[in-house]
Design a binder for this molecule. Structure first.
Ligand SMILES: CC(=O)SCCNC(=O)CCNC(=O)[C@H](O)C(C)(C)COP(=O)(O)OP(=O)(O)OC[C@H]1O[C@@H](n2cnc3c(N)ncnc32)[C@H](O)[C@@H]1OP(=O)(O)O
Ligand SMILES: CC(C)C(=O)C(=O)O
Ligand SMILES: [Mg+2]
Length: 577
């Protein structure tokens, strides 16, 4: 592409004995949400006080104990929001608010004043340290840049000492554009800042290393973090924090590799809001940990509610493909994915029965779904959505999840072909209720008894029972009744397969009751009839199994006769059990 020569590559870090690639993330880091600061400053329409409060309360509810609530000198609304939190006593005892300020004396004084009356707070000072900032923005050398940070720390300590007497003041320093700064210079500035702050027992410091504009591969950032961890003095009093941005789309990877490399704290925003391509997404990071069996220490159990609140506060929609929280991320449209998902759920249910445990307590092993959607408050209903890319597994899933019917394999294929033809003809997606309507139209008996008059016997039906078979009395009685009903037509019923557990209408949501609002237990019988190479399926639903079977065979036989345009003998194959 034209112009590529204008961009320089990045220099790898000389750290041949790096250890981070062999490490694992075993515990959650300390989290800081910067939604109300870095997130807010990136919005075309910054949050109103109401939206800020909504975000703050969400963060508290999710379990954040470190929340950057603003840049008080940036605007009256930032200032007033911090004051409101303090004056209205809205900061829970286990939460520490943080405020950000540039390393400029006049701004620091005002920032301190804004914190008056807070029981505890963190003052976060930053100045840019990279060569391009030193040369282009500040016009100063390394020493000048370091002095800026040192002076700011002194001013902050002095001001806090004098004007924040009742406040437990903690301190965080960030060399902005750390990832573009020479490593030895970042270290030099941080050491100089620590010389002023004098970290020690009960007086820690947070040193926060941002990829202010992400420019290199995540492994380079990890090397930088491991190098710092080895070289910082007073290490036991330093909390090594990272603040990745997502300019290259690798913010999450940068954070994760930094954790492997020794980072202890991560700053970011929910759903990756923030400057340009965003701050690192804390939802993705936390849920990535959860999906590996590491408790993130944040509550994502109603991820849709979190997303809704974030969307209201930011006025920025969350992408439907956003990891873990997007509308479509627990949905498969394509046939082979749907088939594997259905088999995964079936196996989970089998295991639950065998081990007599709720399915929700079993190890999660469902293909194509990284976590159980229910763990984040999503349902299983949207896991499969049907269009022209779908196959029998998907259609069977919809029939089971939405309509409580566990179709035998042959009927799955038969219905899927009809659904596919419909999808091809209409384009787009077929809703579960439309699939249910197609099913009813195709397979249930709609005629009257005379329609079957053309049948010339004998018929042997292969029946599949789905539902309350166990509630229908001894099998012998059932077969006798069926014989009496079907016998005059010469239909022999030899085999009954189970396809699923009882269909209990009490368990189904109203939209799942394919045939209306009945509340008693019913039996579904699927009948497979063959005439030469032709096969037809019929379905009967009734509280009485014999009636259900009768209706199913009539439906199948009628369709077969109609489809083959013949009234010659219908033979029905028996399938062994
Ligand atoms: C990566 C980040 O997200 S950092 C946080 C960024 N957030 C914000 O900037 C939002 C809030 N900011 C503001 O409201 C304003 O920028 C203020 C109030 C902080 C400062 O306002 P102003 O004094 O009008 O300055 P302005 O916004 O034009 O910034 C330029 C000044 O900041 C200085 N500056 C810029 N970046 C930095 C930095 N990283 N560290 C220290 N000083 C800096 C510049 O040198 C310049 O100073 P100069 O006027 O002496 O040349
Ligand atoms: C203020 C700092 C930490 C920042 O937001 C950044 O560098 O991205
Ligand atoms: Mg930032």
């Amino acid at each position: 592409m034209k112009g590529v020569e204008r961009y320089a590559g990045f220099t790898p870090i000389d750290l041949v004995d790096r250890t981070w690639p062999g490490n694992r993330i075993r515990t959650a880091p300390r989290w800081l949400s910067t939604d109300l600061r870095d997130g807010n400053q990136s919005l075309a329409n910054p949050m109103t006080p109401e939206r800020k409060l909504m975000m703050f309360e969400l963060l508290v509810d999710m379990g954040f104990t470190e929340i950057e609530v603003g840049f008080p000198v940036a605007s009256r609304s930032d200032h007033d929001f911090v004051r409101m939190l303090i004056e209205q006593d809205r900061i829970p005892d286990d939460v520490r608010i943080t405020v950000l300020t540039q390393a400029r004396e006049e701004l620091i004084e005002q920032t301190i004043d804004c914190l008056k009356g807070a029981p505890r707070a963190m003052i976060h000072i930053y100045n840019a340290t990279s060569p391009v900032f030193r040369e282009v923005v500040f016009g100063m050398d390394r020493n000048g840049c370091k002095d800026m940070a040192v002076r700011a720390t002194r001013v902050m300590m002095d001001g806090a000492e004098r004007r924040l007497r009742g406040t437990d003041v903690a301190f965080q320093y960030s060399p902005e554009l750390f990832n573009e700064t020479e490593l030895d210079f970042s270290l030099e500035v941080c050491e100089a800042v620590m010389d002023v702050w004098q970290p020690g027992e009960g007086r820690g410091i947070i040193l926060n290393f941002p990829t202010t504009v992400e420019r290199s591969l995540p492994n380079v950032f990890a090397d930088q973090i491991e190098w710092l961890g080895r070289n910082l003095s007073r290490r036991e009093h330093v909390c090594l924090s990272v603040h990745p941005h997502n300019d290259r789309g690798t913010g999450v990877a940068s954070a994760e590799l930094a954790l492997l490399a020794g980072a202890e704290r991560v700053e970011g925003c929910l759903f990756g809001n923030g400057e340009r391509a965003g701050n690192v997404c804390l939802v993705t990071l936390g849920m990535n940990m959860y999906s590996h069996g590491v408790d993130p220490g944040l509550d994502f159990s109603d991820i849709s509610a979190i997303r809704r609140t974030v969307e209201i506060c930011n006025e920025v929609p969350v992408h439907p493909r956003h990891p873990y929280g997007g509308d479509l991320v627990y949905t498969a449209f394509s046939g082979s994915h749907q088939d594997a998902i259905k088999k995964g759920f079936d196996e989970l249910e089998r295991q639950a029965l065998t081990r007599d445990l709720p399915a929700g307590e079993l190890p999660w092993r469902v293909p194509y779904l990284p976590v159980d959607p229910k763990d984040v408050g999503r349902t299983y209903e949207a896991v499969v959505r049907v269009n022209s890319q779908s196959g029998k597994g998907g259609v069977a899933y919809v029939m089971s999840a939405w309509h409580g019917m566990n179709l035998p394999r042959g009927l799955q294929a038969d219905l899927a072909a009809k659904v596919q033809a419909h999808a091809d003809a209409m384009g787009g997606e077929l809703s579960p209720s439309l699939i249910g309507t197609l099913f009813v139209q195709e397979y249930l008996y709609h005629g009257d008894a005379s329609e079957a008059a053309g049948w010339h016997t004998p018929i042997t039906a292969s029946l599949y029972v789905d539902g309350a078979f166990d509630h229908c009395g001894p099998r012998a009685d059932t077969f006798r009744t069926l014989g009496a009903l079907l016998g005059p037509w010469g239909i022999q019923v030899r085999v009954v397969h189970r396809t699923g557990r009882s269909l209990d209408h009490e368990e189904l949501e109203p939209h799942q009751r394919l045939l209306g609002g009945c509340s008693r237990e019913e039996t579904v019988i699927y009948a497979e009839c063959a005439l030469g190479d032709e096969v037809a399926w019929g379905v009967g639903i009734d509280a009485d199994i014999a009636t259900a079977a009768f209706l199913a065979v009539r439906a199948a036989g009628t369709r077969l006769v109609r489809e083959t345009h013949t009234s010659r003998a219908v033979s029905v194959a028996a399938v062994g059990h």
